[in-house]
Design a protein around this ligand. Structure first.
Ligand SMILES: *Cc1c(COP(=O)(O)O)cnc(C)c1O
Length: 723
């Protein structure tokens, strides 16, 4: 079978008509030269289209294109980008990292399932860290030549867009994702009809048809299932419309689509994975569906279970109880009572697969842990916490010995290092840095960057952030959507010469976004110090059902206009990957103060550090591993052994003290040339120590060597296994 894709290319001048092809491969998102190519055609429209090149090429004024074809400089850039594109696409397998390090894995295909993917701001099918991590994972898999196929859902309303009203209350506005103007192409049969995948929703009116869209991410294909198909009953057409919208039952139906539909999709396309990776319990049903296939072929349940386990990798992502899918036995009955006979199980045996402790519910993390033999948490600490949480799944193990490993998260450096910083690094790093990102010596060269050059690049990133904040509020104001108070909350007084702390992430309450406001008078003294002022920039969305998180946002939004805080606090609406890139590079310090030990890993702090923005963070998640004692690459806040409010109080006080005594004085301690040399030392050290060890490259190497190779049934060299 072969499949044609339906795309809607634009009529472009012949000389540059491969821009169409480029616009449909998200590879451009991590190639500064390719980004510049689109932007230079029409910088204003590029911003209006949220850097979505498919939409951009549809809308661009043809005279701009004809002018570009006459411009030798543009054509030179175009040829250069297309040459790199071809090199990437055609790189024979022998040239990739995998070919050099693990050729035995070259013909072992992996399927990677995730309920969300954060690839670029223009494709809003992610909500936060989990999705961005999945996006970084597949970008890096493409760079390294790992034969990976990814599966998820197409959410036509995306995740929510955040709008704050005058009182600071979050309103959740759906996005409208039009697949035709996105870098997505529908997968068609030879005869031009759409490929459709069927899934049964036991409780519903029979089976449901799913269309399939493809997103190309370098050499990796991501397939998205879409329930909005003519002929499906109205309520099922909404099924894949919104990420994490709706109730538990809606969630279960979405996970049936992802897990069961996802396996059937790969079968229909003739893709035969050798092993499978489920990113979080949302994808648990893919394991069950593969089990059903084996039983259908005549294997016993035990044999089938062994086969599935041996070839499955499972990553758990959070110790927060609400982060795990648990469904009531009644609901499981409704959806699976005709499924379990197909596995050769009765009701009791089936429910036992999802049991955890005394909870009568059916737990998808427990199910995933039982059906996979290669399991991990996402930092050393989180591995430890997960072993404690889940050891009862294996009666003969304990909290120390439960079979869950740790692989600490990492970030895709080529996505997250700002253009300004990248330009400076590249003058001092060896040319082959991309191929050896995980090696320390490639980053030791950061120390050779002259301080003035380093600081100029950082200030440039800071200016870019502040300019964008001002521009966003200006636009909202003139469109009449913001009143003057809202403008005040959005940071009109932000000043590029003032020490700036950034805090941006999902507003889950355990992340305690409001902690720094605990002693408002003390904070006011820190922020409004006449000679050494400090400013704070916040951003982040609360889950639509999380009233507590929305209350935190409102608190901060109102604080931002409190004159006591001197106009030094800002809240920027609608945190997404575009704003994230500006923030992680453009502030001076990255603040994070979750309640220990609930931050499984955290990744935004890695992005900041890689841009020379030191972390100021509770020692939790990845920062326990990343922080250098003596605060040489950022500041570690010991969590207090006290509980609840007393803990908050102790940790807030520690934060004020560190700000007053260490962070503020270091930033404003300037030498004769006006530069904060000691500060720059910390910033460079942040890059040098964090970039290699918390890169997606290092993370993927760990996955390949610790989990993927065994799941593919391949043994890697002893010297590798011993690490
Ligand atoms: C990196 C990122 C996150 C994850 O942030 P944490 O601080 O690790 O929770 C969330 N949202 C966006 C848009 C990101 O880019």
């Amino acid at each position: 079978m072969s499949f044609k894709m339906r795309a809607s290319p634009v009529d472009l001048p012949d000389r540059i008509d491969r821009l169409n092809e480029l616009s449909y491969n998200l590879w451009w998102t991590w190639q500064p030269r390719a980004r510049a190519l689109f932007r230079e055609l029409d910088p204003v429209l590029w911003g209006v289209c949220k850097e979505n090149p498919v939409l951009f090429l549809h809308r661009i004024d043809p005279t701009r294109l004809s002018r570009a074809v006459e411009d030798p400089a543009f054509l030179g850039q175009y040829d250069d980008v297309m040459m790199r594109f071809d090199t990437m696409i055609n790189a024979s397998d022998s040239e990739t990292w995998l070919a050099h390090r693990h050729p035995e894995l070259l013909d072992k295909k992996v399927a990677y399932f995730s309920a969300e993917f954060g690839l670029h701001r223009a494709l809003p099918i992610y909500s936060g860290g989990l999705g961005v991590l999945a996006g970084d994972h597949i970008k890096e898999a493409s760079d390294m030549g790992i034969p990976l196929t990814a599966v998820s859902l197409l959410y036509r309303q995306g995740y929510l867009q955040q709008r704050l009203d005058s009182s600071g209350w979050q309103h959740d506005v759906p996005a409208h994702l039009e697949p035709d103007s996105e870098p997505t192409t529908q997968v068609l049969n030879e005869d031009g009809t759409p490929v459709l995948i069927e899934v049964d929703l036991q409780d519903g009116p029979g089976s449901l048809c799913l269309a399939v869209w493809q997103v190309q991410v370098g050499r990796v294909s991501l397939y998205l299932l879409d329930s909005d198909v003519d002929g499906n009953p109205e309520w099922t057409r909404q099924l894949s419309s919104r990420l994490y919208g709706g109730d538990t039952e809606h969630r279960l139906r979405q996970e049936i689509v992802l897990g069961i539909g996802g396996v059937r999709l790969l079968r229909a396309l003739g893709i035969e994975p050798n092993y499978w990776h489920a990113n979080e319990g949302h994808a648990a049903l893919s394991m069950l569906e593969r089990l059903r296939e084996y039983v259908h072929e005549g294997k016993s349940f035990e044999e089938a279970q062994d086969l599935v386990r041996a070839s499955t990798v499972f990553t758990t992502h959070t110790p927060v109880p609400a982060g795990h899918d648990i469904f009531s036995p009644q609901m499981i009955d409704r959806y699976f009572s005709s499924y379990w006979p197909e596995l050769g199980l009765d009701q009791e045996e089936f429910l036992a697969l999802g049991r955890h402790g005394d909870d009568p519910g059916f737990n998808f993390t427990a199910l995933s842990l039982r059906l996979s033999a290669h399991r991990n948490g996402v930092s050393e600490k989180h591995g430890e916490v997960s072993r404690q949480m889940w050891h009862d799944i294996w009666p003969d193990t304990g909290p120390e010995t439960a079979p869950i490993q740790s692989i600490t998260n990492g970030v895709h450096l080529r996505t997250w290092i700002s253009p300004a910083m990248r330009r400076v690094y590249s003058r001092y790093q060896p040319r082959y840095w991309k191929d050896q990102q995980e090696k320390q010596h490639v980053w030791d060269t950061i120390l050779n960057i002259p301080d003035d050059e380093f600081w100029a690049a950082h200030q440039q990133a800071k200016q870019a952030l502040i300019a964008e904040m001002h521009e966003r509020s200006r636009k909202r104001y003139v469109e009449g959507q913001f009143d003057a108070w809202q403008v005040l909350s959005s940071g009109p007084f932000q000043n590029p010469n003032v020490l700036t702390l950034g805090f941006a992430r999902r507003f889950a309450t355990y992340k305690r976004a409001t902690l720094i406001f605990r002693d408002i008078d003390r904070l006011a003294r820190i922020l409004s110090n006449a000679e050494h002022p400090v400013q704070l920039i916040f951003a982040g969305k609360a889950h639509p059902a999380d009233e507590g998180g929305k209350k935190f946002i409102q608190d901060i939004y109102l604080k931002a206009r409190d004159p006591r805080l001197g106009g030094r606090v800002a809240f920027v609406e609608d945190y997404e990957m575009g704003l994230a890139s500006l923030l992680v590079a453009g502030v001076d310090v990255w603040l994070n103060n979750p309640r220990y030990p609930l931050e499984a890993s955290g990744t935004s702090g890695m992005k900041a550090a890689a841009n020379g923005v030191p972390n100021f963070s509770i020692l939790d998640g990845w920062w326990i591993e990343g922080w250098e004692p003596g605060n040489r690459n950022g500041w570690g806040i010991e969590s207090s052994p006290r509980q609840g409010d007393a803990q908050d109080e102790a940790e807030a006080n520690m934060m004020y003290e560190m700000l007053e005594e260490q962070i503020v004085p270091l930033y404003y301690q300037r030498q004769a040339d006006g530069l904060p040399h000691d500060w720059i030392q910390v910033a460079k050290e942040a890059i040098r120590t964090v970039a290699p060890r918390f890169s997606a490259r290092r993370m993927l190497i760990d996955y390949v060597e610790k989990l993927y190779a065994p799941a593919a049934g391949v043994t890697v060299g002893e010297e590798v296994a011993a690490r």
